[in-house]
Design a binder for this molecule. Structure first.
Ligand code: FES
Length: 106
């Protein structure tokens, strides 16, 4: 199974991406050649994988982890109510058609 999302890069350009069921959002972004640094290797401790999920789909992205909440608090210059760490965002069919906007923190 896979879903399709739209990804807005830091230059404001939008490109489609495929997200496979066994991938986190970070995995999907990297597999689709988006230049996400992911400095901490997906351990919720760098925020370089920070992204916004569009309001219509945000709920489908699930609950933030505690570590994710803590880190998002530390990058409150970019984080908002629609923020997720892509490394902590699991695949969900409800995210099909979502728009993900890349906005690295730190
Ligand atoms: S890759 Fe570092 S917080 Fe997600």
């Amino acid at each position: 199974m896979s879903i399709n999302i739209n990804v807005v890069n830091e230059s404001g350009e939008t490109r489609g991406a495929t997200w496979e069921e066994d991938q986190t959002l970070l995995d999907a972004l990297l597999a689709n050649q988006f230049p996400v640094l992911a400095t901490c290797g997906g351990n919720a401790s760098c925020a370089t994988c920070h992204a916004y999920i569009d309001p219509e789909h945000f709920e489908a992205s699930g609950e933030r982890t505690e570590a994710e909440e803590d880190l998002l608090d530390m990058v409150d210059d970019v984080a908002n109510e629609y923020s997720r760490l892509s490394c902590q965002t699991e695949y969900a069919e409800g995210l099909d058609g979502a728009t993900v906007t890349l906005k690295p923190g730190m």
